[in-house]
Design a protein around this ligand. Sequence first.
Ligand SMILES: [Zn+2]
Ligand SMILES: [Zn+2]
Length: 66
Amino acid sequence: MRWCARCHNCRWVCENYPTKPWLGRLACNCGGAGAPCPICNSSDDASQPEMPEGFEAMVTKDDELD
Ligand SMILES: [Zn+2]
Ligand SMILES: [Zn+2]
């Protein structure tokens, strides 16, 4: 797997600061939602972006609630 400088290979970036990784040691701490990394986790092909382990519930549920 190649090193992704955008998301530091966590596959997600901060929605508010898309140049910062959303998970990991250097993760953005602004409290914003996560967004799939546009470099390595684009959801254009096929279906859903790849989720971090143990993380499924948080992002997807919000949009469906109302
Ligand atoms: Zn952030
Ligand atoms: Zn990436």
